[in-house]
Write a protein that binds this ligand. Structure first.
Ligand code: GRG
Length: 296
């Protein structure tokens, strides 16, 4: 079998699953309900795109995978946390995630809020104590991921998304919201590998930075296209939810063909940023294409 990144995906998803398993308290440990809900939020079938981006960026920058287990797992914990909140009745009020009941549906609302509340500090604790990383790298990772999650990152984007329900945004405003809501954590995933790789030539750091920003926006446009064109059984969440909530989305504003076209433009632009890395960037190229072509 050829040694392609696709062949290594199983290895990397297993790596991050093992890291997450050792980080998360056992469900037999008190408070058992909370630990059970935390584990359910993390192990109910996510694609692990963000950890894969961490490892793929690491391959591009020659960072050994064992130095990336902590950032990969921490970012996935933050992602899991954000999905639990996103699904709550006060936000998107979803019953289904990854083809299974959302955390507040399987348990209850209070348990879902608490499970998410506990996943976030756990992520920062993992970054702050990563044994393979130098203290300065740990501190820089904590700061970078905190910025990606905060009011100028994912949380700010979520606020813009909720405020935009029923309102008309233009394409630039929608992309700005996508860059924060979804793009910030995708961007942080590749930046994490760049931070661990430091010192890096400034052109390489700038190229990875621009790649992460661009593909992060494409990720959310594709997510919104799937909400229109996908089937609930395939995408694992209620199809058509954006229309029900009168969300401001790219396909809602410009239609699916124009949204697809924008996704392709962003893919091409993100791939261009990787030109100077040669073969080392093959895994990132593969993931960028996957993000735009995926079916769920
Ligand atoms: C401060 C972490 C934090 C959160 C509070 C709720 C919230 C603010 C932000 C939510 C942002 C959000 C849910 C954006 C959507 C991102 C998105 C497209 C998620 C789906 O990602 P996939 O497809 O999911 O990678 P899987 O299921 O594969 O893991």
């Amino acid at each position: 079998m050829p040694v392609t990144f696709e062949n290594r995906i199983g290895h990397y998803t297993e790596r991050v699953a093992n890291a997450l398993d050792s980080i998360l308290p056992a469900e037999t440990e008190e408070p058992r309900l909370l630990h059970d809900a935390m584990r359910y939020a993390v192990f109910n079938g996510g694609k692990r795109v963000r950890p894969l981006l961490v490892y793929a960026a690491g391959e591009c920058l020659q960072v050994p995978a064992q130095s990336l287990d902590a950032p990969a797992a921490a970012i996935e914990l933050i992602h899991a946390f954000s999905l639990v909140h996103d699904d709550l009745p006060a936000m998107d009020d979803d019953d289904l995630r990854r083809g299974k009941p959302t955390v507040h549906r399987k348990y209850d609302e209070a348990t879902a809020i608490l499970a998410a509340d506990a996943l976030q500090p756990l992520a920062f604790s993992v970054l702050a104590t990563a044994p393979e990383l130098a203290p300065q790298t740990r501190a820089r990772l904590v700061s970078m991921v905190a910025d990606a999650c905060g009011s100028l990152g994912m949380t700010g984007g979520q606020s813009l998304d909720l405020l935009a329900e029923g309102r008309d945004l233009d394409a630039d405003q929608i992309e700005q919201m996508y860059a924060l809501k979804t793009g910030a954590l995708i961007h942080a995933s590749v930046l994490a590998a760049a931070l661990v790789a430091e010192p890096l030539p400034s052109e390489q750091a700038a190229a990875i930075d621009a790649f992460g920003r661009t593909i992060g926006i494409a990720f959310q446009i594709k997510d919104d296209i799937l909400d229109v064109t996908g089937e609930t059984e395939v995408i694992g969440k209620q199809a058509g939810a954006d229309q029900r909530l009168r969300k401001a989305t790219y396909p809602g504003l410009l239609g699916v063909p124009r949204a697809k076209q924008r996704c392709d433009e962003l893919l091409a632009s993100s791939l261009e940023k990787l030109d100077d890395f040669g073969d080392a960037a093959t895994p990132l190229r593969w993931l960028a294409r996957y993000i735009v072509e995926r079916g769920n």
